[in-house]
Ligand binder design. Sequence first.
Ligand code: NDP
Ligand code: HSE
Length: 441
Amino acid sequence: MKRPVRLALLGCGTVGTEVVRLLHDQSADLAARIGAPLEIAGIAVRRLGRDRGDLPVDPSLFTTDALGLIKRDDVDVVIEVVGGIEPARGWLVEALRAGKSVVTANKALLAEDGAALHDAAAEGGGDLYYEASVAGAIPLLRPLRESLHGDRVTRVTGIVNGTTNFILSAMHATGAGFAEALEEATELGYAEADPTADVEGFDAAAKAAILASLAFHTRVGAADVHREGITEVTAADVASAKAMGCTIKLLCIAARGADATGREAVSVRVHPAMIPLTHPLASVGDAFNAVFVEAEAAGQLMFYGRGAGGAPTASAVLGDVVAVSRNRLAGVRSASESAYADLPVRPMGEALTRYHISLDVTDRPGVLEAVAGMFARHDVSIATVRQGPSGGGAAGRGDDADLVIVTHVAPDAALAATVRELRGLDIVRSVASVLRVEGGP
Ligand code: NDP
Ligand code: HSE
């Protein structure tokens, strides 16, 4: 057996405590798989006095001096499960430049400034692994960065945020509104005290950037991702989706295709969308994650599992620790960042999608023609139109009517302009809801 691989653990919260537990409980197996034992050199935390229960670790290993721990000569691998941009960025750049290998679950940092980490890893010669940063326990980044490197990925469509999936699944199952479903998610411990990053789509957007970077060999950052959250999704939207044989999910969609000038480009977006109940992602309930990858030769691949939680996330962290430790013992590093394609990122306006639009209109002759004319002016083709009496109102001439229109695929900018102008028509009392539709025929 070779000399131990020494680990600096930064953070000992939800994920960090489970990393410590797995390191303890699986120590013999991990040593056998790596060919050397793993040893914790130190654990950096914010509060030394915090009660950490019956954690199976020597209390003298805890420190508040993260940087001092990282700089120690006897540290080979730095595991970062603190989160946030700073001081994590400074720590990891320091560790990587010094030639240490880094394992991190920090999607926010990778999406904000993955380039700084990759550049530092290239400079220092260590590994940078981050499987836990997207979709928790699900092995997804390794397949994208290794197994699919012989293929050409064309599209990645995923549910990558457990909190919002729990909320939307509850709204679909019970007819509850957003606020009620969020309350349930908070009570059950899925949503954090401040759920902004989840419900406004920031968390999913960070993951979308990481997925797109790996899938398309292009640096994509959080700022390149079009982001919309789920706070505006109403019980009426969900009911409307159900009436169409659909459900609403917060989707992350990363796709490659030609832009307006015919150049190959990528588009990356996160927003709620209706998907047919027959779509593989529709049955992903509760706080689960699933990612659907389409590649030219492989066809369609689906990855499913727990996207959050201490133990599932620690499983992905430990998988990375084993990989980077083996590399260190063998004196090699895995392939560095693959960003050679350097594709431009298309603006959201160019993304091709479909819209489901609910209008409250005046019910009189010519209304349908005026509304349809507006779509035609923007070159948006209508797929279906359904008219019924407006909610609570009486049916018939002279009263309001609900008009539900589903379009064919069109550029998002054309769809948005159509909706903008519909709002200005005097026959349109209100635009009750606008949702994108994905995954249909
Ligand atoms: P927690 O908030 O539970 O834990 C954070 C840890 O970092 C705590 O131990 C805290 O110390 C420590 N810490 C915070 N600031 C500092 C500092 N300045 N110096 C030293 N230590 C510090 O976070 P999680 O475990 O939930 O998440 C960690 C990372 O994993 C994040 O990047 C997150 O996005 C990612 N992740 C989390 C998942 C989850 O399900 N929780 C799933 C996938 C990824 P102290 O204990 O003293 O407060
Ligand atoms: N808040 C995230 C979620 C945690 O709900 O999916 C996992 O990244």
